[in-house]
Design a binder for this molecule. Structure first.
Ligand code: FEO
Length: 169
């Protein structure tokens, strides 16, 4: 069992991961509405990944004999000015999540909760990939944003993304 404080923090992160899924689904809907199905596909898969992240926290809490507590998920924003604005938002959001994971690790270290620290290390590595991948899309959109044909090329590329369920590690 983890401490009460840790249980609360892990439940908070479960909520944050589910919010990320919700936010990315809102971005997918925005892209569907702007006729960029490849971007929408990328965001949908991003949302699926966030659900698996949330479930990792869910399952870990259960595994430790702690209580899963589901709180209200904040309503995500509905509109963005451009694909560039969405892509910047994704990267900034991932940086924010990295900060939340780091805070959780700090708490685990302070509490000498080595098991939770070990569990969180998967997320530490995952956030490096998340920032890299969000930064990669942003870079492509920046290069293409002045040209409709450039944006359509990026859209075709993002259409190829497929969902790979993360390993159980
Ligand atoms: Fe769950 Fe995109 O971090």
């Amino acid at each position: 069992m983890v401490s009460e404080k840790m249980q609360e923090a892990l439940n908070g992160q479960l909520n944050a991961e589910l919010y990320s899924a919700y936010l990315y689904l809102a971005m997918a809907a925005y892209y569907e509405d702007t006729d960029l199905p490849g971007f929408a596909n990328w965001m949908r898969i991003q949302a699926q990944e966030e659900l698996t992240h949330g479930m990792k926290f869910y399952d870990y809490l259960i595994q430790r004999g702690s209580r899963v507590i589901l709180n209200t998920i904040e309503k995500p924003q509905k509109e963005w000015d451009s694909p560039l604005a969405v892509s910047e938002h994704v990267l900034n959001h991932e940086k924010k999540v990295t900060g939340l994971i780091n805070e959780l690790v700090n708490l685990a270290v302070n509490e000498k909760d080595h098991a939770t620290n070990n569990f969180l290390q998967w997320f530490v590595a995952e956030q490096v990939e998340e920032e890299e991948s969000a930064g990669g899309v942003l870079q492509k959109v920046r290069l293409a944003s002045d040209s409709a044909s450039g944006l359509l090329m990026v859209d075709s590329e993002l259409a190829k993304r497929v969902f790979n369920a993360p390993s159980a590690e």
